[in-house]
Design a protein around this ligand. Structure first.
Ligand SMILES: [Zn+2]
Length: 346
């Protein structure tokens, strides 16, 4: 394993380990990496908990989310062996480094495509850039940086991922590095082609649509629609039968609910997520009602003047207790929604 591969492995393990604290859902006997067919010439490729996709056409292959350097190199070897065709396009779901890194192995043959907001997300903020509104809530002493004891668990994760001494502090630029940076998972190849609302990539008589539905998990998220295969690929923003990740850090509420409603207007049958198993359109309806209940419940608590702790106690979301991570992420989901919604007011 090369140095980048090792680092990628370390981060993947760390992300899985951090999920393991709250119950990692990886099946213990599943291989670490595998390729599975969805339908026709459309496939998923997976490493531990991260899933990307590819579509095979007579003129070459379209890869979505190279994920990390180790997995991308493995995928390239598999594609060469199985199909003997070059990767002509790499499409990004969004700029988070645990899905967007690794593309350099396809750079000699591929055109890279992503949403226009990836451009600013891939630009590192200066060391003295101010904390974002929600991050300021964690900066109890108001010094513009987050000390380990001040941070929520997500901010604390930046200390571990970036190997920063717990006696130190993290800046806006450090938090950016932990999500969008090159330091741990290697370079993210910036898109050659940006789009803003909608775009269609065609190759070898097949097509892939990119749809932008506004703010949600990030501000640069593409919904990838394979119209012939009646399948969408969605990452982090929509995971069938699972709660959204932890404390919703870096995300946008209430807009995420509207993002989910937009997904529902598209024409497809299969939901192929960037984490966990494939689902159906019924899972989108469930996610919409989850976001409605989460946002309405937390907003009502804020309007009634309840504290964060009281809102955590009252917004039980019990009707979703069958979903993955309910026991572990219900509290961080409610806490996160509270912090985001009150930050919007300032
Ligand atoms: Zn993400």
């Amino acid at each position: 394993m090369d140095r980048l591969g090792k680092l990628a492995g370390r981060v993947t393990v760390m992300l899985c380990a951090s999920a393991a604290i709250s119950g990692c859902t990886q099946t213990p006997d599943a291989p670490d990496r595998e390729i599975t067919n969805v339908t026709g010439d459309l496939y998923r490729f997976r490493e531990i908990r991260h899933v990307g996709m590819f579509l095979v056409t007579p003129d070459g292959i379209i890869v979505v989310d190279p994920t990390n350097p180790g997995l991308a190199q493995w995928l390239k070897n598999e594609l060469d062996e199985r199909f003997g065709l070059p990767v002509k396009y790499v499409i990004y779901s969004h700029a988070h480094n645990d899905h967007a890194s690794g593309g350099e192995v396809f750079a000699d043959t591929a055109t890279f495509v992503g949403h226009i907001n990836m451009r600013h997300n891939l630009r590192k903020p200066s060391a003295d850039a101010p904390l974002l509104a929600r991050e300021q809530l964690w900066d109890a002493n108001g010094n513009g940086r987050i000390e380990y004891d001040e941070g929520n668990r997500y901010a604390q994760m930046a200390f571990d991922i970036l190997d920063i001494d717990h006696g130190g502090s993290v800046t806006r630029s450090d938090i950016w590095e932990s999500r969008f940076g090159n330091k741990l998972l290697g370079p993210i190849v910036p898109p050659d082609v940006y789009y803003s609302d909608q775009m269609t990539v065609t190759l070898g008589g097949k097509s892939v649509e990119l749809h932008y539905a506004g703010l949600g998990h990030t501000d640069d998220m593409s919904i990838i629609l394979f119209p012939e295969e009646r399948t969408i690929y969605v990452v982090d923003a929509l995971t069938p039968e699972r709660l959204p990740f932890e404390d919703l850090d870096g995300t946008f509420l209430p807009e995420w609910r509207d993002w989910m409603r937009h997904v529902d207007t598209l024409d497809f049958d299969i939901v192929s997520p960037g984490h966990e198993a494939v689902g159906t359109k019924a899972d989108v309806a469930e996610q919409i009602s989850y976001f409605e209940d989460l946002i309405d419940g937390v907003s009502a608590g804020i309007a009634a003047g309840l504290s964060k702790e009281e809102i955590v106690d009252t917004v039980s979301l019990e009707q979703y207790s069958h979903m993955l991570q309910y026991d572990n992420w219900r509290v961080p989901n409610v806490t996160g929604a509270y912090e985001i919604l009150i930050s919007n007011e300032h």
